[in-house]
Design a binder for this molecule. Structure first.
Ligand SMILES: C[S@@+](CC[C@H](N)C(=O)[O-])C[C@H]1O[C@@H](n2cnc3c(N)ncnc32)[C@H](O)[C@@H]1O
Length: 252
């Protein structure tokens, strides 16, 4: 992906030291691409999801803070759905068809499939799909034991043909840390319009605010969607803000 150097996962807000994850463990192996295998234990299903990260290949191959927050919320939702911020989205308890945009490593979609027993389609730019495939296959056992299923496909924001191929029959769209470069605001909103407007589909977006310019995304998005806040994470040590989880529904 272009412009990778302009952004790091905690830029303007946090140092990596402040954000040392404690909910997962990471192992590095000696492969030429310096891959990392990260193990996330899900209390709700007493199972571990393992994700391959390829940090040397760019920001699409790393785990971002909003993804970690959404994973924790999905795990808590499965334990106690009544008191969960996600209860209005996953209200029925019935399996749902879920689409993830800008999946990166795919962990959010994989955990959604495993904790909700849902059919999930992971998507990202074409060059990211092989790693999505790897991670989907690595976790097929855990996901299958919960009655879920994970597939993967390329979906470039703003590309109507990609949406046509995947279809528009989803109950919920999810994404984490997808608002960052301003040239991506319009394409992302266009894809969301195709998927949400005139339908009951809900979009759940976990977002870590980094720059003031991000208010432009929300201003543009509010023309097409009603947006409310489902959850705000407490800021981690040293940060000014925590991850916010929004719900979007199409107007009209
Ligand atoms: C900051 S990363 C977040 C990744 C992941 N959701 C997470 O939270 O760990 C943004 C993701 O959006 C994807 N992305 C960027 N531009 C895109 C576009 N035009 N179409 C589809 N995906 C895009 C990137 O490849 C990347 O995986």
């Amino acid at each position: 992906m272009e412009d990778d150097d302009e952004i790091n996962r905690f830029s303007n807000l946090l140092t990596d030291e402040d954000n040392k994850p404690n909910a997962f463990s990471t192992e590095q192996n000696d492969s030429p691409n310096h891959e990392l295998l990260q193990k996330h234990f899900l209390r709700s299903i007493q199972s571990t999801v393992t994700i391959r990260l390829l940090p040397s290949e760019g920001l699409s191959f790393q785990l971002w803070p909003a993804a970690t927050s959404l994973v924790a919320l999905l795990d808590s939702h499965r334990i106690n759905p009544t008191n969960s911020p996600l209860s209005t989205v996953f209200a029925t308890g019935a399996p749902m068809r879920i689409l993830e945009l800008g999946s990166g490593t795919g962990i959010v979609g994989i955990v959604a499939a495993a904790t909700l027993g849902s059919d999930v389609t992971l998507t990202d730019l074409p060059h990211v799909v092989p790693n999505l495939k790897f991670n989907a296959k690595a976790n097929a056992g855990v996901v299958g034991s919960s009655g879920g299923n994970v597939t993967f496909a390329p979906l470039r924001w703003g590309d109507a043909a990609d949406v046509e191929v995947i279809g528009r029959e989803f109950d919920v769209i999810v994404a984490s840390d997808v608002v960052y470069h301003d040239h991506l605001y319009e394409p992302l909103i266009e894809t969301l319009r195709l998927l949400l407007v005139g339908k009951k589909t809900v979009f759940v977006m976990a977002h870590m605010k980094r720059w003031k310019k991000e208010c432009v995304f929300f201003k543009k998005a509010r023309k097409h969607f009603c947006i409310d806040v489902l959850h705000v994470d407490a800021p981690c040590n040293g940060s000014r803000v925590g991850v916010v989880v929004y719900r979007f529904v199409g107007k009209g």
